[in-house]
Design a protein around this ligand. Structure first.
Ligand code: PMP
Length: 428
C-alpha cells in the first residue's frame, strides 16, 4: 500500500471523506487522492516521492509557480514581527492601494480570508445598498459555499452532482434566480419580469467552475446594460479570473466595468485571502461607515498581506502576462494537435492563463448544459493516465486548468507527449 493510500485511510476516520474540500477526494474520478509533501516551481512532490507537473496551482493562486522565493521571504520576514494583531497594520493600506490601482473599478476594498467570504459579503452589500432581496446567478457558476449561492452551483457541487445543497432552506434559495450562462435573452426576460426586485447579478466573467467557458461576445456588455437600466448591482466574481486572465482581471480583458468585484486566490500568494470592493458610494454602506455588517478576526492578516503584496509585486513586472498567455496557448494548441492526430474529439478554451479541455465533438462549449454532456468517462480515464505519467490535472471534468510562468518548455512538451500516449490508450 502506498503512503498516500495509508494516509487516505487514516484521514477518513477523522476528516469527512478524508479531505477538507470535496473535489480533493477524487470522488468523481475514482482512486486515491495523492497526498502532497512539498511543492516547488511547476511541480508537486507526493509523500511517496513521485514528482508531478501541476496544472492546478492550488486551484489558481500559484501563477508564479510554487514556493516562489520572493513570497516565501516576505512571509518569513512578516512572521518575525508577529502572526496576527487584530488591529490595523500598514500592509493593509498598501494592499488596498495596490488593488485599487491595478483594478480601477475598485475605488475601495475590504480584505477577507476566502473567496466565499468575499462573494457572501458582496451579495449582502448589494442587497443592503439596493434594498432588494433577489439575486441572479448563472447555472454552473460557483461563487463559494454561502447558502444563497449554492443554487445550481459549479465546481465540487457539480462534480458531486449536488448543485443544490441540502441544508439550504428553500426560503433562502427562493431569492436566488438562475439563468443559463451566455444566454442574454433569458436574462432580459428575467429582468423584464422581476427587475424591480433584483439586487444584483453575480457572474464569473469567464466561467471556471464548469470547466473553462469564456463569455460570448456581447454577454457581459448586455449584463452591464441591464444592471444600469434596472438599478441592479453588477458583481464580477473574479476570485479565479482576477490577476489570471490579465493584470486587471477579466474586466480589463473585456473592458467592462462592474460595480463590485470579488477577488481571492492570487492576491493571497497562497495564503488564505479574499477581497471585495468597487464603487465608493456602494462600499460606504459597509460597517462601520454604513449599516451593512461584515467583519473578520483574521481579515487583513499581516502574513497574508505580506504574501499577497509580494505576489502582486512580481506579477505586475513587465511581460508576465505575455509569457503566461503564450505558455498556455502552447499547451492548449499542443493538446488539440495530438488529439486531432489520434482522432480524439476535443474542444479547448483559453483566456490568458486559464484553460479548458472538453472531451466533446462540439466545436464550442458555451454553457452548463453542454459542459455536462461531454464524455465524462473519457475524462476520467484520461485523468488517471496522465496522473500515472506524472501530470497532475484537476480531478474533475468541471474545473478549469491553470498554468504558471514557472512551467518550462520541457514541462509543456512532456505534458503534450503524455497526453498523446493517453489519447492512444483511450482509442485502443
Ligand atoms: N468564486 C469563484 C469564482 C471561485 O472559483 C471560488 C473557489 N474556487 C470561490 C468563489 C470561493 O473561494 P474560496 O474557495 O476561497 O472560498
Amino acid at each position: 500500500m502506498s503512503k498516500s493510500e495509508q494516509l487516505f485511510q487514516q484521514a477518513q476516520n477523522t476528516i469527512p471523506g478524508g479531505v477538507n474540500s470535496p473535489v480533493r477526494a477524487f470522488k468523481s474520478v475514482g482512486g486515491t487522492p495523492v497526498f502532497i509533501d512539498s511543492a516547488n516551481r511547476a511541480y508537486l512532490y507526493d509523500v511517496d516521492g513521485k514528482k508531478y507537473i501541476d496544472y492546478i496551482g492550488s486551484w489558481g493562486p500559484m501563477l508564479l509557480g510554487h514556493n516562489h522565493p520572493a513570497i516565501r521571504e516576505a512571509v518569513v520576514k512578516a512572521a518575525e514581527k508577529g502572526l496576527s494583531f487584530g488591529a490595523p497594520c500598514p500592509a493593509e493600506i498598501t494592499m488596498a492601494e495596490t488593488i485599487c490601482e491595478l483594478v480601477p473599478s475598485m475605488e475601495m476594498v475590504r480584505m477577507v480570508s476566502s473567496g466565499t467570504e468575499a462573494t457572501m459579503s458582496a451579495i449582502r452589500l448589494a442587497r443592503g445598498f439596493t434594498g432588494r432581496n433577489s439575486i441572479l446567478k448563472f447555472e454552473g457558476c460557483y461563487h463559494g459555499h454561502a447558502d444563497s449561492l449554492l443554487v445550481k452551483a459549479g465546481s465540487g457541487a457539480l462534480t458531486l452532482g449536488v448543485p443544490n445543497s441540502p441544508g439550504v432552506p428553500a426560503d433562502f434559495a427562493k431569492y436566488t434566480l438562475t439563468a443559463e450562462f451566455n444566454n442574454l435573452e433569458q436574462v432580459k426576460q428575467i429582468f423584464a419580469e422581476q427587475g424591480a426586485d433584483l439586487a444584483c447579478i453575480i457572474v464569473e466573467p469567464v466561467a471556471g467552475n464548469m470547466n473553462c467557458i469564456p463569455p460570448a461576445p456581447g454577454f457581459l456588455e448586455g449584463l452591464r446594460a441591464l444592471c444600469d437600466q434596472y438599478g441592479a448591482v453588477l458583481i464580477f466574481d473574479e476570485v479565479m479570473t482576477g490577476f489570471r486572465v490579465a493584470l486587471g482581471g477579466a474586466q480589463a480583458y473585456y473592458n467592462i466595468k462592474p460595480d463590485l468585484t470579488t477577488l481571492g486566490k492570487i492576491i493571497g500568494g497562497g495564503m488564505p485571502v479574499g477581497a471585495f470592493g468597487g464603487r465608493r458610494d456602494i462600499m460606504q454602506h459597509i460597517a462601520p461607515l454604513g449599516g451593512v455588517y461584515q467583519a473578520g478576526t483574521l481579515s487583513g492578516n499581516p502574513i497574508a498581506m505580506a504574501a499577497g503584496l509580494a505576489a502582486l509585486t512580481e506579477i505586475r513586472k513587465p511581460g508576465v502576462y505575455d509569457v503566461l498567455t503564450a505558455k498556455t496557448t502552447q499547451l492548449i494548441e499542443g493538446l488539440a494537435a495530438v488529439a486531432k492526430e489520434v482522432g480524439i474529439p476535443l474542444a479547448t478554451t483559453q483566456v490568458g492563463g486559464m484553460f479548458g479541455v472538453f472531451f466533446s465533438k462540439e466545436a464550442q462549449i458555451t454553457n452548463y448544459q453542454q459542459a455536462t454532456q461531454c464524455d465524462i468517462a473519457a475524462f476520467k480515464r484520461f485523468f488517471h493516465l496522465m496522473l500515472e505519467q506524472g501530470v497532475y490535472l484537476a480531478p474533475s471534468a468541471y474545473e478549469a486548468g491553470f498554468l504558471s510562468i514557472a512551467h518550462s518548455d520541457d514541462d509543456l512538451a512532456y505534458t503534450i507527449a503524455a497526453a498523446k500516449k493517453a489519447f492512444l490508450q483511450l482509442k485502443a
